[in-house]
Every structure is written in structure tokens, then in C-alpha cells.
Design a protein around this ligand. Sequence first.
Ligand SMILES: Cc1cc2nc3c(=O)[nH]c(=O)nc-3n(C[C@H](O)[C@H](O)[C@H](O)COP(=O)(O)OP(=O)(O)OC[C@H]3O[C@@H](n4cnc5c(N)ncnc54)[C@H](O)[C@@H]3O)c2cc1C
Length: 544
Amino acid sequence: MPTAPVRRVPGRLLAPDPGWSTTADVVVVGSGIAGLTAALRLRGQVDKILVVTKDVLAAGSTQWAQGGIAAALGPGDSPEEHEVDTLVAGAGACDAKAVRVLVTEGPEAVRELIALGTNFDHDPDGELSLTREGGHHRDRIAHAGGDATGAEIQRALIAAIEQAPEIEVIQHALAVDLLLADDGGVAGLTLHVMGEGQRDGVGAVHCRAVVLASGGLGQVFSQTTNPSVSTGDGMAVALRAGAVLRDLEFVQFHPTVMYLGPDSHGQQPLISEAVRGEGAVLVDSEGNRFMQGVHELADLAPRDVVAKAIMRRMMETGEPHMWLDATHLGAAFWERRFPTILATCRRYGVDPVTDLIPVAPACHYASGGVHTDLWGRSSVPGLYATGEVACSGVHGANRLASNSLLEGLVFSRRIAQVLPGELRPLQPPAPDTRTAGLVPGAVRRELQEAMTSRVGVLRNAGGLAEAAGILDKLAGVTAETVDQQSWETTNLLTISTALADAAALREETRGSHWREDFPERDDERFSGHLDVVMDDGTTTLELR
Ligand SMILES: Cc1cc2nc3c(=O)[nH]c(=O)nc-3n(C[C@H](O)[C@H](O)[C@H](O)COP(=O)(O)OP(=O)(O)OC[C@H]3O[C@@H](n4cnc5c(N)ncnc54)[C@H](O)[C@@H]3O)c2cc1C
């Protein structure tokens, strides 16, 4: 069995002594599609629900989603066909039972979202308008506002939460760490609240269960489509509490992210796959359509196939990006179908009605995360995870487009079905004797650059070892102030270290994990999953 070197990364954060405390039955961490769905579905079944979110309610990936949400809703489509497409994209690493749950419960979950007040686009005949994206063999992507699906879903969910006064919400509240009871299960959560009156500063919430819905880890890399809140906090919190993380090496790089120049950093504009779904094609600077012959679906091949083809062409030509040609769509279509992308491109000086759009791959989605069972349970009693923070097994080595909003919906509903019957008694937290460690926000940029250049789309043993060396060096830098930047950067370091180790250990190419030095899929050695656990700051990786 392949083993990774034992690594020490900052373990328990040990927040300063809480200045305030409160109690709840369930704390939901995060207010995207996963968190708000869980809170709304738990309403009426659990007495006191508290939603904590580290920025404003709308500030997560959900509001940025463009393309839509996938479900077998159209005539002629079926959950079985959706299942096949999902399994193919996942490259042998999906949990087949979880995929079945996703595709069979998906249509009803989307109908519920519509009943909640989400306004999806409709065709002139009044039917739900469905489009196609990479890897799908049917039109099954429901969208809203043309290309503003996530913003519409987020709006509807926030409106519903505002109509539910029994659900308490604390904004600008960053979850720091779990408090654990003597039995190793959940006893509560420490929070760092920024400027919310009496609850300012570090506090403790004593509770009976925690639902992590804190989203992804895109900020691990220098260029990402993810917003600034996506710093992998929930994964790091769970790891430090003893939960198993799975499949961290499977990070999806979206093939068509607008290229803004060599110095651009942080969140970058996404050019949705739906633009290719409507007929846009990738070309090199000579105008050659290089996706033809690469895959039967050509420009609509699964994301990893397209990202790799773009990277290959970039390496062959020495150019920093390729081009997306959507000029044939015309001004009227652009304005109706993709108003958000159109406005964004124009803001950066590119008019897609007449110009080619410069595009390159950038980090987009974490397929791995907190390992959960079919009901969202993690390996820590009382800790559940849903949405992008979780690894439910539906994405395997590569997420099928528009399956992630659906995952958050479906598994949050499932958590709400079992959690009320499994509530633990309120327990005092056990004394915490673990080692503290916090790195400063100042090391974030170096960390992101190491991850992008050596643990990005193209990976090899030499680069991964260099990245591990840089991360080890950064782990030795001690933060002098305790603030949001240092909590987040410590979480980024913890997750980056585990991710780089997993990428080094997986000596094969599969789905979104591309090893230049091991270009083939190796089912004999790597058909299993890489699980990461942490014990007092020491992470270990195991192939299961
Ligand atoms: C540009 C873009 C386009 C996308 N397009 C699509 C698409 O078309 N279809 C699709 O299916 N998927 C799409 N995705 C992916 C999808 O949007 C996400 O996977 C999904 O929205 C994740 O939902 P979530 O609720 O798990 O997390 P998020 O929506 O990211 O919400 C996470 C929440 O947790 C909070 N949080 C984070 N850390 C903490 C902490 N320590 N303490 C407290 N709160 C915390 C955040 O502030 C936020 O409220 C897209 C993603 C991006 C970035």
C-alpha cells in the first residue's frame, strides 16, 4: 500500500479563551445552497438552529454559479442517463450508491427549489428551459436569469431564511474549531465574530450537532473562480477534529476562465461551459479548432479533457492562453442568454460579440473534502458535512458540470432526514491538550504561488516535492497576531499540505489529477481513495 511521509502541520488552533458563549441544538456553518437548505429543512424538527457565516449571507460560491443545476427533468431524459454521465466523468472514483442518490433524488429537490420561489428560465412554450454542458448527453441543466443561476438560487434561499425568524443567523462569524466531548464527538464550536455587538471576538457555541457547509478551497491557488471566502476552513476544522478527508487531490480546473494577464491574482471571471453548450468553440491563435479529434464530444468533452487539451496547446505554442470563439452567437443572443458574462467581458475590454475571449484553466472546484456517508455523516459523531466541503462520493475524480449545486441540495435534505433522530445530549467540552500553531496571513501569497506552479493542472514528482518543501518552510513561520487572516491562512496551509501529499502519492493520471510522469490511469494500484487523518498536528495518508 503506498504511504506518504508523516507531516507536521499546524494542528489545534487553540483560540484565545472565549469571551462569550451561547447554546444551540444545531449549528450550520455556511450560508450557500448547502447551508441554507440544511437549515430550512431542519426547521420545525430541531428547536434551536444557528447559522454562522463568515461574511454576509450571500458571500459564497453559490451566488457565482452561472451555468445551472443538473437534473433529469426533461422529456426523454432519465436518472439512469444522468447516472451514466456522472460515473463516466468521475473516472472510476465515484461512489456508485451516492451517485444513484444524487440522480434519483435530484429532480424532486430541484422542484422543491422552484416551489421555494426560485425563478428558473422557461421556454416560450412555458416548459423549463434546459441546456447542455460538458460531459452531459442530454439537455438537463436548468438555469436562471440566463447565466445568473447561482445568484437567483441564493436570493430565493435568503428570502426563505428571512421568513424563518426561528433560525438565528450570525454574519461575519468565522468558525475556528470544533469543541469535542470526552467521547470524541461534537460538543460545540469556537467562533471569531467580527463586529456583531455583544458577540464580538472569540466565543463558544455549545451544541449537539454541527453541519459543515462551508464550501470549497479555491483560494489555495493563485488563480481561481472561487470567491475570497473559499479558504478550505471547514475541511481544516474537520481534519483537526479527527474527521477523515478524502480525494483532496481531485481538484477541478475549469478550462475556460478569462485570462487577465500574468499578474492577475485571486478570483477570476468564469466563462461558463454553457457558452460552449450554445456552440462556442476553442481555437488557438492560428484559428485552429484543437478540440476536434480529441474527444467524441469535441468542445463539450468533460472538463479535465478540455483543460488538458488547452494546457497541451499552450505548451506547444508557448502562449499563456487559448481563445474562445462565441462571435457567431450574435449580440441579441448574448444579451438574452449570457448577460452577466457579456457585461464581465466588456468590463475587461473584450466584446465577445465581435472578439475572441482569451481563456486559460484555473482552479474551480474541490471534488474531495470531508468524507461522508449517504446521509452526510462524517466520521466524527455529531459532525455532518454537505456541499462542496464534503466528499460524498458523487464526483469521484472529476465533477460533472452542474452536479455540485445539486449535491448541496440533495445531501442537505438527507441530513435533515436523519439528524433530528440522532441528536447527541449537550456535553461539556473535554480539556484540549493538543499543540497550538498559527501561521500569519503574510505567507498566503507564497503558498498560493507554490500550489499553482507545482500542484496545479500539471503535476510531477519533482514539482510536488518542491511544493512540500515550501509548505514545510511556511509551517515554521509563527503568527504574531490572531485574526481572520491568520485563521484562514493556517487552514489554507493545512489543506494545501494534505492536498500536495495526496497528489504526490497518487502516481497515476485520473480525472482532474494529471501526472506528467505517470500519464496513464493505474487501476491496479490506485482504484481506491486517499484518506487523510490528523492526530495532534501529524497528518497521515492512507489508500483505502
Ligand atoms: C464562478 C463559479 C461558477 C459555478 N458554476 C456552477 C454551476 O453552474 N453549476 C453548479 O452546479 N456549480 C457551479 N459552481 C460550483 C458551485 O457554485 C459550488 O460548488 C456550490 O455553490 C457550493 O455550495 P456550498 O453551499 O457548498 O458552498 P458556498 O456557496 O461556497 O458557501 C459556503 C459558505 O460558507 C461560508 N464559510 C466559509 N468558511 C467559513 C467559516 N470558517 N466560518 C463560517 N462560514 C464560513 C461562506 O462565507 C459561505 O457562506 C460554480 C462555482 C463558481 C465559483
